[in-house]
Design a protein around this ligand. Sequence first.
Ligand SMILES: NC(=O)c1ccc[n+]([C@@H]2O[C@H](COP(=O)([O-])OP(=O)(O)OC[C@H]3O[C@@H](n4cnc5c(N)ncnc54)[C@H](O)[C@@H]3O)[C@@H](O)[C@H]2O)c1
Ligand SMILES: CC(C)(O)[C@@H](O)C(=O)O
Ligand SMILES: [Mg+2]
Ligand SMILES: [Mg+2]
Length: 346
Amino acid sequence: MATINFGGVDETVITREEFPLAQAREALKNEVIAVIGYGVQGPGQALNLRDNGFNVIVGQRKDSASWEKAKSDGWVEGQTLFSIEEAAERGTIIANLLSDAGQIAVWPTLKARLTPGKTLYFSHGFGITFKDHTSIVPPADVDVILVAPKGSGTSLRRLFLAGGGLNSSFAVYQDATGKAYEKAIAMGIGVGSGYLFETDFQKEVYSDLTGERGVLMGALAGIIEAQYQVLRQRGHSPSEAFNETVEELTQSLVPLVGENGMDWMFSNCSVTAQRGALDWKGKFREATMPVLNELYDSVASGKEAERTIQRGSTPGYRQELEEELAELRESELWQTGATVRKLRSK
Ligand SMILES: NC(=O)c1ccc[n+]([C@@H]2O[C@H](COP(=O)([O-])OP(=O)(O)OC[C@H]3O[C@@H](n4cnc5c(N)ncnc54)[C@H](O)[C@@H]3O)[C@@H](O)[C@H]2O)c1
Ligand SMILES: CC(C)(O)[C@@H](O)C(=O)O
Ligand SMILES: [Mg+2]
Ligand SMILES: [Mg+2]
């Protein structure tokens, strides 16, 4: 644990130096970690845990595409790859990495195998926080912990392979054994996190749902569409509109922000750009603040959870999502993007 000053505010966080991998392995040496679900976060966490030397098994629906993917990632049927029921039976830490809506249908299966002293692990505060909608209420004699990597499972794995890590939040909801806190931190290190910051289940889900619907995904996609449309309507070519909206953002400016902050990116642009961007930044902030507050209210009221569950438990929903993503992919904007990406190396 170290107290670190974040922009003037002290926070207690855990770094990999303070809680090294060897300590995490020692803390979980008697545990069998059953990763249930092999979608996006499942593979990232299971493979990182396995490569970090933990005792890991995977539980997944048989005869699904994810079952085949697990096999091709080296999980062996009957040894490290099982049905959900069998993995939950064998696991002492049950890592519930099913989709948030899918967790509802599978909950009775997991609950029946959560014998005293076991640990229930999540990567989202969704199921527990919105228990009025999910009915996920763990038995009192199990530990309930959370590690939520702040990024895609794909990036978690890629960064791990490159020697880095995604920062994760962690939380303890229920400490039946007195060891829940240590287990949560050890799991955080095991899955390949960068630094770990403490939260609670409600704060995790409120911030996560806001972030992904806001700046990280929803607002990003929306503002890109708006600027592209304005440029196209004002007579600019697809190439010009796309480069000025997306390609430059991803290839030049956001990497500079990631490297050394917003002012660093600004200072690597012309003074003309800096003056204009500083003048317009406030307008964008003020214009989006009401939308972001509306979004937060929608999350906190449970409306977003209700919709996630309602849509996510509708048969054919994955197909519906695929169709919406295909529509995005086939739009002029993103078709232009595909062409621009092909031309990158030419
Ligand atoms: N996707 C990410 O990178 C990411 C990042 C941080 C946290 N999370 C959280 O991690 C958890 C897993 O997310 P994900 O995106 O990997 O999930 P996902 O949508 O990819 O689904 C994971 C697995 O759940 C299975 N599944 C869904 N419904 C099922 C059902 N009824 N019965 C049996 N299996 C079922 C699917 O086959 C799939 O293999 C969620 O709580 C999510 O909020 C995800
Ligand atoms: C990767 C994200 C957006 O951070 C995660 O929250 C998710 O739900 O997939
Ligand atoms: Mg999320
Ligand atoms: Mg997230």
